[in-house]
Write a protein that binds this ligand. Structure first.
Ligand SMILES: [Zn+2]
Length: 300
């Protein structure tokens, strides 16, 4: 073998070793999951997704007896967006809500009243439908329309409902403009009517690339990511509702393409859009699941 060839082979060998090494180091640095729930087949199952086999999951929330994950279709001529409904008790698939439009439904929240509403981001607005509709989608795809659509002057990229302080949060994603990276807090009035209102309370700034937000009493988590080959960051804060200040307690590296996050009392659940057909084969560390993590490990 010629020296030049040997050298070339050595370089290739070194490159392969380094790639594997960096992959290994990266994977090893991710926090351990408490549990994982496989949705790989579900987002490809057209009969459970309103005719779509390429759903991209986005937002996540608890809603009474259920856990909800919103998803949109990435096709050029998109199918309607959906909400996958899981039983809260064991996270098993229960049914699907088909939404009225094709919006990038990054946010979903439940206003924590059984006679109240599920809120869904709808571009520069948020729509709502009654919580009671969820039970009706058992084993099928149920189409819903919005009772009310509240217009905003910005994009509802992600949402959450703080069940302790009783406020709805709506945050806007921006890749690189911090003046457009904010979360706004609203009360939800007249929840049990068909025309609830959202009186504005205040605004805080959030990190660039915010994809998910969860607020629960004195805790706040923000999921941020961008790009299929970049690790995500999960920011964990203590939250003071009186002074309206958040204090960063930890920054956790997660696999790429983290989207929604929701906190329960003990566990936080994170959705990754890398599970979607659009990203799975090209993402550096795709996952087939949404995952739960023990919140106390994040210093809050
Ligand atoms: Zn589709």
């Amino acid at each position: 073998m010629k020296n030049v060839t040997k050298r070339a082979l050595a370089i290739v060998f070194l490159f392969v070793v380094m790639c594997n090494l960096s992959f290994f180091v990266s994977a090893a640095s991710y926090p351990s999951t408490s549990a994982t729930y496989n949705i790989y087949n579900l987002v490809r199952n057209s009969s459970a997704s309103g005719g779509c086999s390429k759903m991209i999951p986005q937002g996540i929330t608890f809603a009474g007896d259920y856990l909800l994950i919103s998803a949109y279709c990435g096709d050029d001529v998109p199918h309607n967006s959906v909400i996958y409904v899981f039983k809260e008790s064991d996270k098993s698939y229960y049914g699907t809500i088909k939404l009225p439009g094709t919006e990038h439904v990054g946010g979903i929240a439940y206003d924590c009243d059984r006679s109240g509403n599920v809120w869904v981001s709808n571009g520069n607005s948020v729509g709502c439908f009654k919580y009671s509709k969820l039970a009706d989608c058992k084993g099928k795809v149920l189409s819903v329309s919005y009772n009310r659509v509240a217009n905003l002057s910005y994009t509802a990229s992600t949402m959450c409902y703080d069940a302790v302080n009783n406020y709805l949060w709506i945050a806007q994603f921006s890749e690189n403009d911090s003046s457009k990276s904010f979360a706004r807090c609203y009360a939800v009035n007249d929840k049990t009517t068909s025309t609830p209102t959202l009186p504005y309370q205040f605004e805080i700034s959030v990190p660039l690339k915010t994809q998910g937000i969860s607020v629960r009493g004195n805790r706040m988590m923000i999921s941020s990511s961008y790009g299929r080959n970049n690790d995500s960051k999960l920011y964990s804060y203590t939250w003071n509702q009186t002074s309206k200040t958040k204090t960063l307690k930890s920054t956790t590296i997660l696999p790429p393409l983290s989207e929604g996050v929701v906190m329960g009392s003990t566990y936080a659940y994170v959705v990754y859009e890398s599970v979607a057909p659009k990203y799975y084969d090209t993402c550096s560390y795709p996952v087939k699941y949404f995952a739960s993590y023990v919140i106390s490990k994040f210093g809050i």
